[in-house]
Design a protein around this ligand. Structure first.
Ligand code: ATP
Length: 207
């Protein structure tokens, strides 16, 4: 089933500073998008409006014509939205298994299968996050995303702290998620991302 995420007349103001105005754009499933523009331009803010981490000042965001604010928030985070961050958003003091299986709903065979997709051996399950390299940590975050299997993936500078090999692995994985039918939106300064995406959306076009 295909899905569309539609931003209509979206505006965001902090105090009296207009971050963006009149954003009108439709994201489609099966496609990968780069959200580009200058530092401070509002990429993270727009991503977080889609992720319901902040509210729009005006306008609406709909998923298949349903206002996202009317969707049960737990379902929204369980089934619809998956995040990938530059700083991984893992719990450092916990091991990989604990990070992947917070509510203990996956079998260990599932954990191993998904880890393998990101070149991580079973032995990583017992490793504390603080012992991992940045590339390994981001691959654990990708494993978590793959287990979650959301409709929409929001990635905020996911390659910002990575070497070339891991950048490629992360972008190949996100490309695969789009090919599998997800909507993938990447806020980024990384020029290489444009080689992977279907569309580039420049936040400056909405100033
Ligand atoms: N909670 C907040 N309160 C006030 N201003 C904010 C808040 N969050 C963001 N801003 C401001 O909104 C503007 C847009 O920030 P945002 O982080 O969305 O930009 P960005 O395009 O993602 O930048 P970068 O590429 O540097 O990550 C910035 O000027 C920022 O200072």
């Amino acid at each position: 089933m295909s899905h569309s995420l539609r931003i209509k007349n979206a505006k965001k103001v902090f105090d009296d500073y207009v971050v963006f105005n009149n954003v009108n754009y439709t994201f489609e499933s099966g496609k990968m998008y780069a959200l580009v523009g200058p530092s401070g331009g509002g990429k993270t803010t727009l991503l977080n409006s889609i992720g319901r981490l902040n509210d729009l000042s005006a306008g609406t965001i709909t998923l298949d014509d349903k206002n996202i604010n009317t969707i049960n928030i737990l379902n929204y985070y369980r089934e619809i939205i998956g995040y990938l961050f530059q700083n991984y958003a893992l719990v450092d003091e916990d091991n990989v298994m604990q990070n992947l299986n917070i509510v203990k709903k996956y079998k260990s065979s599932q954990l191993r299968e998904h880890l393998g997709k990101f070149d991580l051996a079973d032995s990583y399950l017992k490793r504390k996050i603080y012992t991992l390299s940045g590339g390994e940590a981001q691959r654990v975050a990708l494993t978590r995303l793959s287990l979650q299997d959301p409709l929409i993936v929001l990635a905020d500078e996911p390659t910002g702290a990575l070497d070339n090999l891991n950048r490629k692995l992360v972008l190949d994985s996100l490309r695969q998620m789009a090919n599998d039918g997800k909507i993938v939106i990447i806020a980024t300064h990384d020029d290489i991302v444009k080689d992977y995406v279907d569309e580039q959306v420049n936040i400056l076009d909405f100033k």
